[in-house]
Ligand binder design. Structure first.
Ligand code: HSE
Length: 436
């Protein structure tokens, strides 16, 4: 049978990995797909750049549309990133009758609804396995492997850069800036590393996971987003003493009032498997009604791990070429006319536990006054401890862990606590996720 011709948009880290994996495993990939998969053209920024992988047989061009409009190409693999010019290229590829595989989480999270709608209209496939958690086949796992279940919630470490930075800060007491530079040198970070450390990258991925888990349209604009740029070493150390690890997590939960969609640093009990995911690795923990709790772990970034997912998508696309488009696995796991636009909860309406760190003067009655405010606001305190033994009227640190409460209650309580004349500065607070 004739080979399937592929056109690549972008030939960076993941593009290089894709070519290398396709060439190295050509024979087995053909045996799996039923056809040979051959990259015949690639759009690159600099045609003359020296590359450390074999581009023999691939026509390089600096004109994206030459690849998108190439009459012999059946599948476009988009590895450029961003959601501007690339969106037009993908929509044109679909208009031209070409299937698309993309590793671009920003594109899928922010423009996926339009892309899938166009693809369905044209009877085409859009694969995006590599957009979430690199080499972990989490899209296939949720969309197909768990399709019998009602998913209750999922929590993921889905940004390797944040996890690498927090792991180094925890294990080696290193400074944030220094570790970020190392993550960039190692090729983990996004082109714009603020996307990693401010939670945007994780929010893109969570948007996609929540859609396929709950059958809702992609709602990137509704994700609550907080990064790790304000995480202080002192809280990592106190958390450790209390039996918790600081992790940057994406959480989505189905509640009676709507869907939680949030990305932020959180304290996770050390005994939890996910708290022990270190370095650049990713993991997604899923609670579902039939299977119970399961966790999927693996490399979330890097050339060949991400290429592994890109090539798996290519194989899926090639296998499904001749199938009836109506009977393919739906892009967002649920039939497109069965998606439910459930409300996304405002962050103040979520319920969880909290870690609070405050500075107060050392004086009889201070703890009692703080506890009284929490009592009056309906917040149950799990534990409260004083760090340091200052002399009377000298400042000491108070750490407080709350039980489950609505975030708006906490905000209300903190407004009152911060007004106490015995409490100094702003209270630092971090969500605590028991994940049980
Ligand atoms: N910058 C991403 C991360 C890599 O750090 O996880 C791929 O999404």
């Amino acid at each position: 049978m004739e080979a399937v011709n592929i056109g690549l948009l972008g030939l960076g880290t993941v593009g290089g990995g894709t070519i290398t994996v396709l060439k190295r495993n050509m024979e087995e990939i053909s045996r799996r797909a039923g056809r040979e998969i051959r990259v015949i053209a690639a759009a690159v920024r600099d045609v003359d750049k020296k590359r450390d992988f074999d581009t023999d047989g691939i026509v390089l061009t600096d004109r994206i549309m030459d690849v998108v409009n190439h009459p012999d190409i059946q599948v476009i693999v988009e590895l450029i990133g961003g959601d501007g010019e690339v969106f037009d290229a993908v929509m044109t590829a679909l208009d031209n009758g070409k299937h698309v595989v993309t590793a671009n989480k920003a594109l899928i999270a922010s423009k996926g609804n339009a892309i899938f709608s166009k693809a369905s209209e044209k009877g085409l496939m859009v694969g995006f396995e590599s957009a979430v958690a690199g080499g972990i086949p989490i899209i296939k796992l949720i969309r197909e492997g768990l399709s019998a279940n009602q998913i209750e919630w999922l929590a993921g470490i889905i940004n390797g850069t944040c996890n690498f930075i927090l792991s180094q800060m925890t294990e080696k007491q290193r400074e944030f800036g220094e570790v970020l530079r190392e993550a960039q040198e190692l090729g983990y970070a996004e082109a714009d590393p603020t996307f990693d450390v401010q939670g945007v990258d994780a929010a893109h991925k969570l948007t996609i996971l929540a859609s396929i888990a709950f059958g809702i349209p992609l709602r990137f604009e509704s994700v609550y987003m907080q990064g790790i740029d304000n995480v202080e070493p002192v809280d990592i150390a106190f958390a450790d003493e209390l039996g918790y690890r600081m992790k940057h997590v994406g959480i989505s939960r189905r509640t009676d009032d709507g869907i939680e969609l949030r990305v932020h640093p959180a304290l996770i009990p050390k005994r939890s498997l996910i708290a022990n995911v270190s370095g650049v690795m990713n993991a997604i923990l899923i609670q579902a009604d039939a299977v119970g709790q399961s966790m999927f772990y693996g490399p979330g970034a890097g050339s060949e791990p991400t290429a592994s997912a890109v090539v798996a998508d290519l194989i899926d696309v090639v296998r499904a070429f001749t199938t009836d488009p109506q009977n393919r696995v739906p892009h967002l796991a649920f039939q497109s006319d069965s998606l439910i636009d459930a409300p996304i909860l405002d962050i103040v309406d979520i319920e969880t536990c909290y870690y609070l760190r405050m500075k107060a003067v050392n004086r009889p009655g201070v703890m009692a006054a703080i506890s009284a405010i929490f009592g009056e606001t309906g917040i149950s305190i799990d534990s409260i401890l004083q760090k340091g033994h200052g002399r009377e009227d000298e400042p000491v640190t108070i750490i407080l862990l709350t039980q489950n409460t609505r975030e708006k209650n906490l905000v209300r309580a903190l407004e009152r606590v911060e007004k106490l004349d015995t409490v100094r500065d702003k209270v630092v607070w971090i969500r605590v996720e028991q994940l049980s």
